[in-house]
Design a protein around this ligand. Structure first.
Ligand SMILES: *Cc1c(COP(=O)(O)O)cnc(C)c1O
Length: 410
């Protein structure tokens, strides 16, 4: 039996003593909620009325024919409110905040997607909300900052250190220490100190629970393989949990290969040889770090996958051989995104497109009576600035240039 909060040798809760009491409170409310079937019912009802659950499982018949192998199915987390699976986690944590009687939530965000999801939840529940964001990211992610502020959140630009995500995490923890009585810290993925990895995985398990029923209903049996992109690992753990006990279903996590895993410019923790065990940000996992424990600079076309750590749950499943890890390069991602739009009229997020790359590479190896599922973690049309830039679209550039001029002369 593992120590609580550990998955094999990974995980744990490396937190300062001042946070012991608030973590004890969180573990307790989470344990109670988990033991109470009424809580899960309330959660499912909320997600059905507010976030389009259950999300459909779409048969991608054109893509299936194109590759001439397995039947390709797409789990449509893009149809969640705010456009990604992140809604599952933030709304679940919102219900716990209500149970704890707290009135304020804080979070850190890099690309801003978790910040927008969190600010949306806070608006819905009537909580005050502060989002910490590196100053660099505030400038790079203006559209998301705009929506966070419109949703009523205070966005605090963090000017310390490298002015990016890891500095924002430090500031958010500082805030939490001073405001524990009123404030809950909303972790964005299946990482961080216990109970966050396990708790966020629990909320995301709704994806796998639905997908298992849906694939059996439409295909008559379990799928051969399931593909999900892996940043922190929450959408992957979400769908994988529905099939962990089915040893015949192969689970594949796809990380950001960036410019190639031999270039050093990537965010592949488990699919490359570049990561090593370490403790940071309150938990133990495989981190992209140098031999002195300094975190490396990572790169991906998809901001949501650009992260130095990875879920302790996934590191454990990787070590046990239950989940296979691969990486997709930026270039492969753009090709898979383009093909999916043209063949199915579906626009995956850049993050999700990583899972499509690997599924496309392998679909032809399987026969037409086998099925595979791709977890489409989010939609791409909301990221038009990033995607149009990544496609290097000349008329988009012209449009941005003209808009700039228009604003300048107003
Ligand atoms: C945030 C995000 C991810 C990465 O997070 P995980 O915790 O690894 O799921 C993937 N896809 C989308 C669309 C995201 O917004």
């Amino acid at each position: 039996m593992n120590k609580p909060g550990y998955f094999g040798q990974w995980g744990g809760a490396y937190i300062p003593e001042v946070l012991y009491e608030t973590f004890r409170e969180l573990r307790e409310v989470y344990a109670k909620a988990k033991a109470d079937p009424a809580f899960w019912q309330e959660y499912v009802a909320l997600m059905s009325s507010y976030s389009c659950r259950p999300t459909p499982l779409t048969h991608a018949d054109n893509l299936s024919r194109h590759f001439g192998g397995a039947q390709i199915f797409i789990k449509r987390e893009d149809l969640n409110h705010t456009g990604a699976h992140k809604a599952n986690n933030v709304m679940g944590q919102g219900l716990l905040v209500k149970r704890m009687g707290k009135t304020r939530v804080i979070a850190e965000t890099g690309a801003g997607q978790h910040g927008v999801a969190c600010a949306t939840m806070a608006a819905k529940f009537g909580f005050a909300c502060t989002i910490y964001m590196g100053e660099e990211d505030v400038h790079r992610q203006r559209p998301n900052v705009f929506w966070m502020e419109k949703l009523g959140a205070t966005v605090v630009p963090v000017t310390t250190g490298s002015r990016t995500l890891k500095d924002a995490i430090n500031e958010a923890f500082r805030d939490w220490v001073s405001n524990m009585d009123t404030t809950h810290y909303v972790m964005g993925t299946v990482c961080g100190p216990h109970p966050f990895p396990e708790m966020v995985a629990w909320f995301q398990s709704i994806i796998g629970i639905e997908a298992r029923k849906q694939i059996i209903a439409s295909h008559g049996k379990l799928p051969a393989r399931i593909y999900a992109c892996v940043g922190g690992g929450s959408n992957a753990m979400g769908i994988f949990q529905g099939f962990l006990a089915d040893s015949e279903v192969e689970l594949i996590g796809v990380e950001a290969g960036g410019k190639g895993i031999d270039t050093g410019q990537h965010a592949a923790r488990l699919a490359s040889q570049d990561a090593s065990p370490g403790v940071a940000q309150g938990y133990k996992t495989m981190f992209l770090q140098d031999s002195d424990g300094q975190m490396l600079d990572t790169h991906s076309v998809a901001a949501g996958l650009d992260y130095i750590g990875v879920s302790p749950l996934l590191t454990d499943l990787w070590e046990k051989g239950r989940v296979r890890f691969t990486a997709a390069t930026d270039q492969e991602v753009m090709a898979a995104l383009d093909l999916t739009i043209k063949k199915e009229g579906i626009i995956p997020a850049l993050e999700s497109s990583h899972a499509f790359v690997q599924a496309f590479k392998e679909a032809g190896e399987l026969s037409s009576d086998q099925a595979i599922i791709i977890n489409q973690s989010g939609r791409g049309d909301k990221d038009i600035f990033t995607i149009a830039h990544a496609f290097d679209d000349p008329s988009w550039k012209e449009f941005i240039r003209k808009k700039g001029e228009e604003y300048a002369t107003r």
